[in-house]
Design a protein around this ligand. Sequence first.
Ligand code: CU
Length: 176
Amino acid sequence: MSKKIVTILVTAAVTATLLIVLFIFLMPTYGPRFLHPLMADSMPQSMPAGRAEHMMNAAPPAGLDTAANRLTDNEQFRVSFSSDLDPVVINQMHSWTLHVETAAGQPVENAEILVDGGMPQHGHGLPTQPQVTEYLGEGNYRVEGLRFQMGGWWEVKFDITADGHDTITFNLVLGG
Ligand SMILES: [Cu+2]
């Protein structure tokens, strides 16, 4: 083999290795930006071409209820939240305190609460798995592990089982 060919092969191998290392290091930062067009591609096929990408930058629906204190879907409970991170900004892990009372205003003790959510316009869920970690008394619950990785319309849903069962969705519109 001539020296020239060896040089070319070594250069190619080094370049490939560097690219792989760069990819691994930059993925956490650029991953969401990179993956979103891919997710958009896998959205329902009935969607006309180009529409999915358009939706990525869509404004939230007009008249979206972003109140932090609301009745649950079947009006069993009144729920409010306050965030440790106020205002909520993207890319920061933080906690909420969720307050649950009956529709009549009595604190709901020791409820079982599940957390879910995502971005309806992007077709993806939460990047973390937030959980209720502690009952603080007087109808207050600690929700840990919330983080939103991009701006736009987010839903945060709570499934509440106590003396009765109901669900609620809070809407957040984040900048960034
Ligand atoms: Cu998104």
